[in-house]
Ligand binder design. Structure first.
Ligand code: SF4
Ligand code: SF4
Ligand code: SF4
Length: 505
């Protein structure tokens, strides 16, 4: 162990620790801009300079390793004045006119550092040239005017994601962040995972789905799990006024370590169409709103007649277990409805899953990405593929001769294949969050919660049981999938008790 002193405090840390990390352990705050705990240290912004006893000049604490009996001072007048001067230089380089920036007021690390160092104005006449704004990416926007060239984004794309899309061109004040060899971002090899935006300390990178919806400090940060596929990435979701305003990757997560894919970070926030907000039964050929009691009675009556069943792999384990127990009681076979992402999964994340699985296991597929030799992955299994397997759901069922069907969708839109499988069966009871071709065909429609409106458990492909937390409240007439199925169990007079945990143990 190495013993050193930081601002008068004695600390003991492991060999190889940097002065910045040692300071963190001692509870001493040192400001940074280019450094990020999930990335290798780079030492370019110089904001973390400290006095090291015996050294002739101030030293960057993020790259300096600790040594025995070192004495560090992080808040001397010389250190503070140098940091303020560095900030003044950064502010003079490009347009950091904060009132026009959506990060201003709490979420910008550059603005926060400036306020911490007493900057109230630009003492140096700013010499702004106009830099371009790249709006070619559907999910992200890049405003070069706000970029401080800290390189966090490029390091994240390389070290955490494995795409190496971002780099830098030119030198000195002409240095520019680039995608590939100067492509528009939206035309580049970028897979829109958004990891770069999550680590960007300024408003240079903008998440188009979250911009101008409020600061993180105004929202509740809820740790939960993505239900986009069986990888089961851990997330931190920001909720404000019963609305999800942003999804971040959790840097402390063992598997995804801050990284998410396009589906998990952005597309999960999209409404997929018109909501089913009330129970409905078909009367005189038309679906009409009714009470839950009436809809459940109609569903129970319809399913008495030789049922077959399909259940979404986006459903929580609690709902899947209830569904299987109900179907066993009425002798109905249950098939899985696949609902995994078909978009690209970051290569380093896919490789980690493959390593843990010990094989490709038929659920990950790889393809070479254009313009690069990096493999990207697709995950076809839904979030609860493993739980569904454990409960005994099968990929396909023989529905020949069946006269009614129970289809428990979650918040996905049904595929053509599912429609083709279900159509010939007859009387149809559908649990769904969104209106679709399937709800159009149904005799009874039960409105159920989306992934963000209900809690429940998910078993990842690597076998971890994780809790998905309820993030927002649905309207009163919408129930969780588990509650809707429990209501059906009761109406059908089945004496089943589903224990979702027992089978998984
Ligand atoms: S979105 Fe992902 S792949 Fe695209 S540049 Fe950023 S980190 Fe790289
Ligand atoms: S875009 Fe953001 S993270 Fe990337 S270099 Fe510029 S300021 Fe740093
Ligand atoms: S890889 Fe799967 S679990 Fe991870 S963010 Fe993407 S969809 Fe969600």
């Amino acid at each position: 162990m190495i013993r050193l002193q930081i601002d008068g405090q004695t600390v003991e840390v492991a060999e190889g620790t940097t002065v910045l990390q040692a300071a963190k352990q001692a509870g001493v705050h040192i400001p940074v801009l280019c450094d990020h705990p999930a990335l290798t240290s780079f030492g370019s912004c110089r904001l973390c300079l400290v006095e090291v006893e015996g050294a002739r000049t101030l030293q960057p604490s993020c790259t300096m390793p600790v040594s025995q009996n070192m004495v560090i001072r992080s808040k001397t007048p010389a250190v503070e004045a140098t940091r303020k001067f560095i900030l003044e230089l950064i502010f003079s380089e490009r347009n950091h006119f904060c009132p026009f920036c959506q990060l201003s007021g709490g979420d910008c690390e550059l603005q926060n550092a400036a306020l911490e160092h007493g900057m109230t104005h630009w003492p140096m006449q700013p010499n702004w040239n106009d830099f371009p704004v790249d709006a070619s990416n559907t999910f992200l926007l890049l405003d070069h005017n706000r970029c401080i060239l800290c390189r966090r984004c490029a390091r994240a794309c390389s070290e955490l994601v494995g795409m190496d899309t971002l780099g830098f061109a030119e030198r000195g004040s002409a240095t520019m962040l680039t995608a590939d060899l100067g492509e528009q971002w939206g035309m580049s090899t970028c897979i829109s995972c958004g990891t770069c935006e999550q680590v960007c300390p300024t408003g240079a990178m903008v998440n188009r789905f979250s911009a101008y919806q409020g600061h993180k400090s105004q929202a509740e940060a809820v740790p939960t799990v993505c239900v986009g596929c069986g990888v089961g990435c851990q997330t931190v979701v920001y909720v404000r006024d019963n609305r999800v305003i942003r999804i971040d990757g959790d840097f402390d997560a063992e598997l995804n370590a801050g990284v998410l894919c396009r589906e998990g970070r952005f597309e999960a926030l999209l409404e997929k169409g018109d909501r089913v907000s009330q129970p409905m039964v078909r009367k005189d050929g038309k679906l009409v709103p009714c009470s839950w009691d009436e809809a459940l009675s109609a569903a129970a009556a319809g399913l008495k007649d030789q049922p077959a069943a399909w259940a979404s792999l986006r459903l929580p384990a609690e709902a899947l277990a209830t569904m299987k127990a109900l179907c066993d009681a009425v002798n109905a076979p249950v098939a899985m409805i696949e609902a995994g992402v078909t978009g690209p999964i970051p290569p380093k994340l896919g490789m980690k899953v493959e390593d843990k699985l010990g094989s490709k296991d038929g659920v990950l597929s790889t393809s070479e990405w254009r313009g690069s030799f990096t493999e990207v992955y697709n995950v076809h299994a839904g979030a609860n593929f493993k739980a569904a397997q454990a409960y005994g759901l099968t990929k396909e069922i023989n529905a020949n001769g069946k006269k009614s069907a129970l289809v428990a969708l979650a918040d996905e839109i049904p595929s053509e294949a599912l429609l083709d499988a279900v159509k010939p069966v007859g009387k149809l009871v559908v649990l769904a969050s969104y209106k679709s071709m399937l709800t159009e065909l149904a005799e009874v429609v039960l409105p159920v919660a989306t992934w963000m409106e209900q809690s429940g458990h998910y078993v990842s492909l690597t076998g971890t049981v994780q809790e998905g937390r309820q993030l927002v409240k649905p309207v009163e007439t919408v129930r969780s999938s588990e509650a809707a199925l429990a209501g059906l169990v009761e109406k059908m007079g089945c004496s089943v008790k589903a224990d979702w945990q027992a089978v998984l143990a």
